[in-house]
Design a protein around this ligand. Structure first.
Ligand SMILES: Cc1ncc(COP(=O)(O)O)c(C=O)c1O
Length: 360
């Protein structure tokens, strides 16, 4: 209907019927948590999907980043270099890992931190950072090779916040990629996360940290951790979500293509490769300079929900307003121009037409 508000995101997890066969297995095993058989099966399927040799399941994406940083950060150093343009969870994870965020700009082309920007920041900050947190923009694959070279050159460990990129990661190395399995992600399971790498020693540590630091069969805390596990019920949803993943990815691809066709010839642009080489649940357009407010006014008037998914940068949040930062003028200019459009399986042709009319 013409007058109905078009929602920006309507998540969809597997329906009860698809989860039920997995849940019934819990009735038989009577194992409800603590790395049970459904957890193990979900882990194997994540390994198959991503090609990662080592996977740690975590309670969410934020804790995945926290644990990876706690293992990888160089001891005795205080700061974690990270882009201000990211979801605020990245900054919380850095602090929860005992580090202070040092905020830097992103490339206007890729919306991400680049090795060149990080290198300039290494020159301008007086202290060498403990780590760099490289954030994948809305599910785009991170440049693994470029960051491996960066770490080798500068001896600063790199961790990837690849929250939305679980289906875009391939060939992950010793630099761990932390993904979110939140309901709003391509592989959504409600709440959950994972650390992917090919580093079995790191994996052993992060997995132990998810269960009070118990290493091996002994119930002895060898390292500090906490309870960051997922239950067997969550793993059951994860297995059903895996079953549905190929169809879901096709659907996200074709919706992205439908948008691309509608907006062909307009001034807005999409992220490179989206809907083609990788998929997302949060489709953004980047509108030309000085058109963002008019675009937003038109979307609001047409009852089209939109979202600045990552706000206007971490430095704009009171909780992080006073952390060290480099020049963020690039982020200030870019963030308001990245506009999240409605993206879900309920969109009709009329909806897409209405949205397209609002865009420059
Ligand atoms: C870039 C980024 N980092 C971290 C997270 C946190 O993931 P979770 O919500 O699973 O904790 C998100 C979640 O959307 C995110 O977009």
């Amino acid at each position: 209907m013409q007058n109905e508000t078009i929602k920006v995101l309507v998540p969809k997890l597997p329906e009860v019927g698809a989860v039920l066969p997995y849940l019934k297995r819990i009735d038989t095993t009577r194992i409800y948590s603590n790395y049970g058989p459904l957890n193990s099966e979900f882990l194997s399927r994540l390994r198959e999907l991503t090609g990662a040799k080592a996977v740690t399941l975590t309670s969410n994406g934020t804790t995945a980043i926290e644990l990876a940083l706690r293992v990888r950060a160089a001891p005795g150093r205080r700061y974690c270099l990270m882009p201000s343009f990211t979801f605020i969870a990245s900054a919380h994870a850095v602090c929860n890992a005992g580090l202070l965020p040092a905020l830097v700009d992103v490339s206007a082309e890729t919306l991400t931190l680049t090795p060149e920007i990080a290198e300039a920041a290494l020159e301008s900050f007086d202290e060498r950072p403990a780590a760099v947190l490289v954030v994948s923009a809305f599910g785009a694959p991170p440049d693994l090779a470029a960051w491996a070279a960066f770490e080798a050159r500068h001896d600063v460990p790199v961790v990837f916040d690849a929250a939305a990129a679980v289906t875009a990661i391939s060939g992950v190395g010793t630099q761990p990629a932390c993904v979110s399995l939140h309901a709003t992600k391509v592989l959504g399971i409600g709440e959950g996360g994972a650390i992917l790498s090919n580093d079995t020693a790191l994996n052993e540590r992060t997995t132990a940290m998810t269960g009070f630091g118990f290493l091996g069969a002994e119930r002895v805390s060898a390292i500090r951790g906490g309870n960051y596990r997922i239950s067997e019920y969550t793993a059951a949803v994860g297995l059903a979500a895996m079953d549905a993943l190929p169809a879901r990815m096709e659907q996200l691809k074709s919706l992205t293509q439908a948008y691309r066709k509608r907006l062909d010839g307009k001034a807005v642009r999409f992220q490179n490769g989206v809907g083609d080489q990788w998929v997302t649940m949060t489709l953004n357009v980047i509108v030309p300079e000085n058109t963002e407010q008019d675009t937003i006014d038109r979307l609001n008037a047409a009852k089209v929900e939109w979202r600045h998914w990552w706000g206007l940068g971490c430095h704009r949040h009171p909780a992080f307003a006073d952390v060290p930062r480099a020049d963020l003028s690039g982020t200030d200019a870019l963030a308001r121009r990245v506009i999240g459009l409605p993206f879900h399986d309920g969109l009709t042709e009329e909806n897409l037409d209405r949205i397209a009319k609002c865009l420059p």
